[in-house]
Write a protein that binds this ligand. Structure first.
Ligand SMILES: C[S@@+](CC[C@H](N)C(=O)[O-])C[C@H]1O[C@@H](n2cnc3c(N)ncnc32)[C@H](O)[C@@H]1O
Length: 454
């Protein structure tokens, strides 16, 4: 994702650097749609993300394909000619392709103008208290069950309901600084979040009283949401292996009122079998897998900023080696992500819902991982749940069978950071029933051993 403007300039034969920057920024904003269109048109390989042939009959790299496709598909409707520099065979394959104008044009809304979302933390406060306090401080609630018009929010107003996330309030970006120091936020009653990052717990749907495993939990945003959902009779086991992040997780859970319903465990989630008793594993019915990822859904903003600021001036070979390294990094992340998801689908006999999420926009970390596991686990009773069927417009890439079942989120239509969610479900025969009364029993219970370095 390193942008080399000189190389791109030569490729596209664009005279003005500003025009080029604008083009690259547009490509970044519409990355999901462009990638999907190129895969569907047989230009990019769905699994590797690279051009399907390397014989000169298509642009040589993924980057060139994306930028040229952007130039071709997102140019003003009035221009009928093929833009200079676009490969004729690419133009041929994309003939007649239309990008969904809803997801491209609306993405003209700049990422830095994403609304400021805040989730009510029911562990510390009830919605009525939060609203009363906001009102006392001069904020005006706009009640609109459909979610209201985010773009017309004025400073000092907020949407009091969200169509997808319970307890989510939406403020205009202009109020970010005021909210950051507001006592409701500093006191923990309101959590500043991105809307998309609240989706995984909502898709997991643990009922009150459920036992939930949060495999990659720190710093605990989703753990807190899950703790509120399972209520006082439920339990959340929050696992993370990073020492610093684990400390932050524990600190936040205490500060935010999670109390006894969350148990923290510092270890590798792939080794949980060493730490949890079988009775405890039998009791877990809902699992969240939110593993480390490239974070590309969050960094699109800074990449775009970099592009607007002028970018780096590396040579063509630097750009190619950076692209190769990035490809390797994605492959290694995808391997780890698939291992954690595989373990969640294998090791917990009573598990009936497993949600997988990333804040990545790359199909390698998203649909490709989910598709691989969906294929391997179909004969073990696991199938994909169709998430938010009619209410969430942006779906997974249609080049993958699993795409329509999954959610993607982004700054365009959804007004969120880049995010991906999938959910596996299965009907269990109730093998966990015998363990109804088990506690989160740890095999290796000494704190010293739990905190050892792995
Ligand atoms: C994307 S972050 C999780 C964010 C978190 N779910 C939240 O909502 O705040 C991924 C986390 O996975 C942890 N992690 C990575 N590999 C792990 C492993 N093998 N076992 C447990 N945790 C791991 C990282 O330390 C990191 O904190």
């Amino acid at each position: 994702r390193r942008l080399d403007y000189r190389q791109a300039g030569r490729l596209l034969e664009l005279p003005a650097p500003n025009a080029l920057r604008a083009l690259v920024c547009r490509a970044l904003r519409s990355l999901n749609q462009l990638e999907s269109a190129l895969i569907n048109a047989g230009v990019l390989d769905a699994a590797t993300g690279r051009p399907v042939v390397a014989d000169g009959s298509l642009p040589a790299s993924r980057f060139e394909c994306l930028v040229q496709a952007c130039d071709l598909l997102l140019r003003p409707a009035t221009s009928s000619h093929r833009p200079p520099g676009v490969h004729p065979h690419l133009a041929e394959r994309l003939r007649g392709v239309r990008l969904d104008s809803d997801t491209t044009d609306s993405s003209q809304a700049q990422p830095h103008q994403l609304p400021r979302y805040a989730r009510i933390n029911r562990l510390l406060a009830q919605p009525a208290e939060v609203r009363a306090r906001l009102s006392a401080d001069g904020f005006v609630a706009i009640d609109d069950a459909e979610g209201g018009d985010v773009d017309s929010l004025r400073p000092g107003t907020y949407l009091a309901a969200d169509a997808h996330i319970p307890d989510l309030l939406t403020f205009p970006a202009a109020d970010s600084a005021r909210l950051a120091v507001h006592p409701l936020v500093t006191g923990g009653a309101l959590c500043l979040v991105d809307k998309a990052s609240c989706l995984p717990p909502v898709c997991l749907q643990p009922p009150p009283g459920a036992w939930v495993l949060d495999t990659c939990a720190a710093p605990g945003n989703k753990t807190l949401q899950l703790a509120a959902m399972v209520g006082p009779a439920g339990r959340v086991l929050a696992v993370d292996r990073d020492a610093q992040r684990f400390c932050e997780l524990r600190r936040r859970l205490v500060a935010m009122g999670a109390g006894d319903r969350v148990r923290c465990l510092r270890c590798d989630c792939l080794q949980l079998g060493d730490w949890l008793s079988q009775r405890c594993r039998d009791r877990i019915t809902h699992i969240l897998v939110d593993p480390s990822c490239s974070g590309s859904g969050l960094t699109a903003r800074s990449v775009e900023r970099q592009a607007l600021d002028g970018g780096a001036g590396a040579g063509a070979s630097d750009a190619e080696s950076a692209a190769a390294k990035e490809q390797q990094r994605l492959a290694s992340l995808a391997n780890f992500q698939a291992m954690v998801l595989r373990s969640a689908l294998t090791d917990y006999p009573s598990a009936r819902r497993v949600v997988y999420s990333t804040c990545s926009v790359h199909s390698e970390e998203n649909e490709a991982v989910v598709q691989e596991l969906a294929n391997s686990f179909a004969d073990k009773g696991w199938r994909l749940a169709r998430l938010m069927k009619s209410s969430w417009p942006t779906r997974g890439l249609s080049a993958f069978d699993c795409g329509p079942m999954c959610l993607r989120a982004g700054p365009g239509t959804d007004r969120t950071c880049g995010f991906f969610v999938a959910c596996f479900k299965r009907d269990t025969g109730g093998s966990g029933a015998a363990a109804r009364t088990a506690a989160f029993g740890m095999r290796k219970s000494s704190g010293r051993r739990r905190n050892r370095k792995r």
